[in-house]
Design a protein around this ligand. Sequence first.
Ligand code: ZN
Ligand code: ZN
Length: 482
Amino acid sequence: MLGVVGSNDIVMAIDSRAMVNRPREPQVGFAVDAGFGRADGPGRPDTAPWFKSCPYPGCAAGPLEFQQSTSCCPTCHQPVVFCGSCKTPNRSLAHRCRRCGGQIVRTLPALPTDKLVERFGGPRRVEVQEGVWQSPIVYAGFVWFLTGRGVLHRLSPASGQSVSVLSLGGEFGRSAFALDEPGPAEGRAPKMLVASSHSLRSISLTAGSSEEFCRLPDTGSQFFTADVARGSSGLATDNQSVCVAASNAGETGLMQVPRETRTPTFLGLCNPDDGPLVGPARVGNNIIAYSKKRVWVLSAGRLSTMEWPSGFCPTVSGPHTGTVRTGFGSCPYFLSPDGFYALGNQGGDPALGLIRPGQEPVAIPLTTVAEGVVAVDAQGRPLVALDGRIMRCDGMALAECLKATQLVPKGLPYADGTLVIGVKRFATQRLAMGLFVNQAGRADCPLPLDYWAGMAFLACGTHLVHAYITDTQELRMLLWEC
Ligand SMILES: [Zn+2]
Ligand SMILES: [Zn+2]
């Protein structure tokens, strides 16, 4: 067995409260713009021409070695992406090369499994002393998360340090968020969309500023359902518009906001008898939402509706469905590249409802379980952790992907290639993350005592990140460098 969490374990407290109202001061690595057209050049260290140096201001790294996929600067630990044409290093959020203006293509390297085995025992631990309601996401080599106080943070896994990008206020802290990469008309800069009850805001990830995308009248009967503590909150974009879960005089539906006019239109979907609406979420170029009774698919501006398969009852009220839990914040569904899986039950047993655009919804039984946890593997396929085994949903059926008697359905499972991670219990009752390669147990990482529930496993370049929450609902992250 490899080393355990111990002396090489770095604990960092990130106190978001201190960041909220503080005037923004220059922070190393905070990208004020994406780096295109900056003349941060000829005065740089004489060892390297400006176009070979680290693209982040204030970093004195020497020439950076070309990498095919997003890597990180060895000095400032910020993610760097190299131009495919002229090999110049750029900031990972750049959309054009700062030297030749060519379009940047961001890819993250595959997780190096062999190195993960070596380092699995001693993760770096990051504390965020604040509640978080939605799972963090990975984009451009950073981990992004929104705290309950409405502060968007960006964490660089290589340094384990996070910076607050922007504070929007607590009314935005329980909203779903959606990453948006707009087209050329809107400048292509990546954005994050979040909502409060009456405001939809667009945050520029490169500038760290926000603008109001759309506002509903304070006095009207319409509002965005943007508080996951009160039910489902959903937000999704397609090429033409932004869709937000909304309510209008007791009816629930989608507020559709075209990118061009930004004038909202309410699409009423459910009356109060139908119960709440879940979603919207994006699959391909389709926007999907559902209620207990029906599924709606919005495709190129056209809305179609379907029934759930007979006997299938989706979860609409939170992350729990009978005996199966998820770690997706308060979402009772998850997305894969080609489909949308809703948690639910069929005939009293847990089941998944699979929606694929253009096809009728189907139900996939999750087998009768005393307790289970559902997550997705690196390819977006459902993984179900049960007592003693982890099952994977391949197409339409569950198949065992790992059997180990010590496995317990406590934390989220994770799988990528030949590697599987599951929570196991030692004879001492202590819980650990067990890492299995080719079905064989290879390394354990005892879980911190404050571990309450897993929220997400995220592969971020050569780092594996596990976000979990404590019993006081604070966010923690375990970072393994591979
Ligand atoms: Zn640097
Ligand atoms: Zn270039």
